[in-house]
Each structure stands twice: as structure tokens, then as C-alpha cells.
Design a protein. Structure first.
Length: 481
């Protein structure tokens, strides 16, 4: 099995595990101060936090929103239509990655992130004021679809820019750790979205919830976006981008064209294991609570409370996962996560059939094991595999393509599979097939990226790898296969 320290091994076609920049000096950018790191991490995380609040709200409130935006008659069709609108927002994310990625790679990460956070707040609040199907008919779901498409494009730029921003600020040996903090923003947003949905559902009657109560949580995004904008305005540009501006001329080629021409292989490899992460995560947070309520024998409020508890338990584990991936490498954890998908997910589904609140919590805690192994290492790996001058674009494309195809469609596919087969285990067969593909993508395609520098010379030579390690105070380590 390839070892976790094959750092000098190059990707063909230009991508390397030690992502290279066309800089003249090849010197690493100076690290930020200790006092500046927390603010930089918060500035990067706040956008993902708001984005995932929206995802959580939409996923948890989908049954209520189905009655508001689609005609009554067949609740299953209305629910699938709501999830379908949710999925379309994901499908346009690669377009947003291309558009905003160019801004991030040419103008700056900070500028791009200030634009995206304003747009996210405004668009999420818009969902809270849209008229219903009962008021304007078919124009209602069309407006919802339009807002979701715009949201998808903004989210497509925000996520790649935020990951780039954080990883370029992070110390080299702690990139996984800081990606763990970034992931707290993601899952913390889902937790807050779930918490707001549960709180509103508990405080209001069912009729009030269906009439106007579902709107309230979406409106909270606007003040959160204002606070995020103020935070980002107080943080400077990343050291890596500033170094690039000083030492290299502005590239003439479009960043998306260069990414697809030169760095397609690491993006393809990442897609091979990101798809399992996408389905694993979004089946858990958007579909499983609904199944527990409809088929699992517990109440709606108990199902969502169990999901809240599992989300809360997962948050501190994200930092541990990042720290562990810095110590043992991304590759061993990714491989372990794929194996856990095959072995532990069916166990989790079996426990979920217990029909009690305790079994619902235990099932989701078991489900978290493969999630723990995959999510943070995968998040850290892609921006490490591409160079500074295209990092936002490449990271946005790399994440958005597999997540557009697999995460947005996860609740739709899960709903359709269970309706067709009558069994929750059909979702495991789907996830298991993806996990097998991901295992081989990691085993044969991914070369450990946690030890490499984010800066260096263009040529991935053995001497360059040795010089980069020496510059960071590390001993030279031979590549291991």
C-alpha cells in the first residue's frame, strides 16, 4: 500500500503533491502572526457557516416548503420536487466556481469573499419572503428555482475561495487542523440550521409553521452576512497571494482553462473520492432525519433532535480528524473511510430500524465513523494539490463538480430508492458502490499531499522537494510507495 509520505511523487500532466507556483523566488510566504490566525480562520469559516445554515434549513424544512411552493395532491411528488429544486442549486455551482474563481485568482481571495458573503445573505433572506403557490401559482416554484440557482452560483465561488483563504494562512504542518476548523463552520451551520428549524417547529403550531413560520429562519441570514462582511473587511489578503503578486507576472491564460489543461489529473482523482463524501454527508443531514420520521417509528421532533445531537457530537471530532490527518497523512484516513462506508453504514441502518430515540442517535453516531475519516482529509487535500495562481478556481471546480452531481441529488436518489425498493438498505448499496470506486481512486490515484509546501519551483524535482523541506526546518524524507 502506498505510504503516507510519498511527497515527492509528481502527478502527471503538471499537478504535483507539492503544488507549484510560477514564482521566481520559490520561497514560502511569511507565516501570519499568532494573533492573526484566529481572525483569518473565522473570516474564512463565516461564509461557509451561513451557506450551510441555508442548506440545513432547506433540507430540514423541505416537507413544509413542499406544501408552500408546490400544488397539493401528492405529498411524495411535492417533496421530490422540493428536493429537485435543492439539487438544481448544486448543479450550477461549477459555473459559480468558474466566475468567482477568476476573481479570486486574479483580483484576490479577500475581495471575492466579501462579494460572496453579501450575496449569500441577500439571497437566503429572499427565500423567506417569496410568495407561495396559493398566491401566485406556478410562478412561485419558478421564483424559488431562480433564487436557488443564484445561490448555487454564489456557493460555488464561496467554498473554494474560503478553503483557499484558510489553507494559505495555515502553517504547513497544521493545514489539516485548520481545515478541521473550516469544517466546523460547515457542520456548525448545518447544526444551527437544524436548531432553528426545530426551535421554530416547537414554538409554533403546525398551521402557523405551514403558513409563515418556515420563513423566519431564512431571514436570519441577512444580519449574519453583515457581521461576516465586517469580519472579512478586517482581515488582509493571504500571504501566498501577496507573494505571488510580487514575484510573478499576471498569467495571460484563463485560470479555468489552465486548470483543465494542466491540473485535470488531481481534479479527476479528487472527484473519485469526493463523491462518496458528498453522498455520505448529505444523505445523513437531509434524508435520514426524514426517513426516521416517516419510516423509522419515531416522531418528527424526535428524529430531528437525534440529528441535532449527532451533529453536535461531530463538531469537536472535526478538529481531531484534521489533526490526525496531519500526523498520519490524508491517504490512510481516506482509505479507512471508504472501508467504513462498506462495513459500518449497513450497521447504522440496521440500528436505525430500532424505532426508539436512543437507536436513532446510536445509528447516526455509527454513521459518523466513515464521515470522520473522509470529510476533513478530503477537504484539505485538493487545495494542497494545485498552485497558488489557480488555487481558487481549481479548488472550486474540484469540489463543485462532484458535489453538484452527488450531494444535491443525494436526498432525491435516497427518496426514490427507498420508495422503489421499500428498504433503507438500497441507499447503502448506492453508497457502497461509490465507496468502492473511491477506494481505488485514493489507493492508485492520490499521492500524499499533507507534507508538501504550497509554494516552490514549477519543476517537481527531487532537489526542489528537498529544498522545500529544508526551508521549513524538516529533515529530507524519501518518497515511499
Amino acid at each position: 500500500m502506498p505510504g503516507p509520505r510519498d511527497t515527492a511523487r509528481p502527478y502527471p500532466e503538471g499537478g504535483t503533491t507539492m503544488a507549484a507556483d510560477p514564482t521566481a523566488s520559490g520561497r514560502p510566504a511569511p507565516p501570519p502572526s499568532r494573533t492573526g490566525m484566529p481572525r483569518a480562520v473565522l473570516a474564512g469559516c463565516v461564509g461557509n457557516f451561513i451557506e450551510q445554515i441555508d442548506v440545513g434549513l432547506y433540507g430540514y424544512l423541505a416537507p413544509t416548503m413542499a406544501g408552500a411552493f408546490f400544488p397539493h395532491g401528492n405529498p411524495t411528488v411535492a417533496l421530490i420536487s422540493t428536493y429537485g429544486t435543492f439539487a438544481l442549486g448544486f448543479l450550477v455551482q461549477p459555473l459559480g466556481g468558474v466566475f468567482f474563481g477568476r476573481i479570486g485568482d486574479r483580483v484576490g481571495r479577500r475581495t471575492m469573499l466579501m462579494v460572496t458573503i453579501v450575496l449569500m445573505g441577500v439571497l437566503t433572506a429572499c427565500i423567506g419572503v417569496l410568495p407561495t403557490y396559493a398566491r401566485i401559482g406556478v410562478a412561485s416554484p419558478m421564483l424559488l428555482l431562480f433564487v436557488r440557482i443564484l445561490q448555487g452560483m454564489v456557493h460555488g465561488g464561496e467554498y473554494g475561495g474560503a478553503l483557499t483563504f484558510i489553507i494559505e494562512y495555515a502553517p504547513r504542518r497544521k493545514r489539516g487542523l485548520y481545515m478541521g476548523y473550516a469544517s466546523i463552520g460547515v457542520f456548525g451551520g448545518l447544526l444551527v440550521g437544524a436548531g432553528m428549524s426545530s426551535a421554530v417547529s416547537a414554538l409554533l403550531t403546525e398551521d402557523q409553521m405551514a403558513d409563515w413560520g418556515w420563513r423566519l429562519p431564512f431571514l436570519v441570514a441577512l444580519p449574519l452576512a453583515v457581521g461576516g462582511l465586517l469580519l472579512r473587511s478586517k482581515v488582509g489578503e493571504t500571504p501566498a497571494f501577496l507573494e505571488l503578486q510580487k514575484s510573478a507576472p499576471a498569467p495571460k491564460e484563463s485560470p479555468v482553462l489552465e486548470t483543465l489543461r494542466t491540473y485535470w489529473r488531481p481534479l479527476l482523482t479528487f472527484t473519485g473520492y469526493a463523491m462518496t463524501n458528498a453522498v455520505l454527508s448529505y444523505t445523513w443531514v437531509t434524508y435520514l432525519p426524514q426517513w426516521l420520521s416517516d419510516e423509522g417509528g419515531i416522531s418528527h421532533s424526535a428524529a430531528f433532535a437525534s440529528n441535532l445531537i449527532s451533529l453536535a457530537a461531530y463538531l469537536p471530532l472535526l478538529v481531531l480528524a484534521g489533526w490526525l490527518s496531519d500526523r498520519i497523512g490524508r491517504k490512510p484516513m481516506l482509505l479507512a473511510g471508504c472501508v467504513a462506508c462498506l462495513t459500518l453504514v449497513p450497521l447504522a441502518f440496521w440500528v436505525a430500524h430500532g424505532g426508539t430515540f436512543g437507536s436513532a442517535i446510536l445509528a447516526q453516531l455509527i454513521y459518523l465513523v466513515p464521515e470522520f475519516c473522509i470529510a476533513v482529509p478530503a477537504t484539505a487535500s485538493l487545495p494542497e494539490m494545485v498552485p497558488t495562481h489557480v488555487r481558487v478556481t481549481a479548488t472550486a471546480l474540484g469540489f463543485n463538480v462532484p458535489f453538484a452531481v452527488f450531494s444535491g441529488t443525494a436526498p432525491v436518489v435516497a427518496t426514490a430508492l427507498v420508495n422503489w425498493t421499500g428498504s433503507l438498505y438500497s441507499v447503502w448499496f448506492y453508497l457502497g458502490a461509490l465507496a468502492v470506486i473511491s477506494f481505488f481512486a485514493v489507493f492508485y490515484g492520490y499521492h500524499e499531499s499533507s507534507r508538501g509546501s504550497l509554494s516552490g519551483s514549477e519543476a517537481p524535482t527531487k532537489e526542489a522537494a528537498t529544498d522545500s523541506r529544508a526551508a521549513h526546518g524538516d529533515r529530507a524524507e524519501p518518497a515511499r510507495n
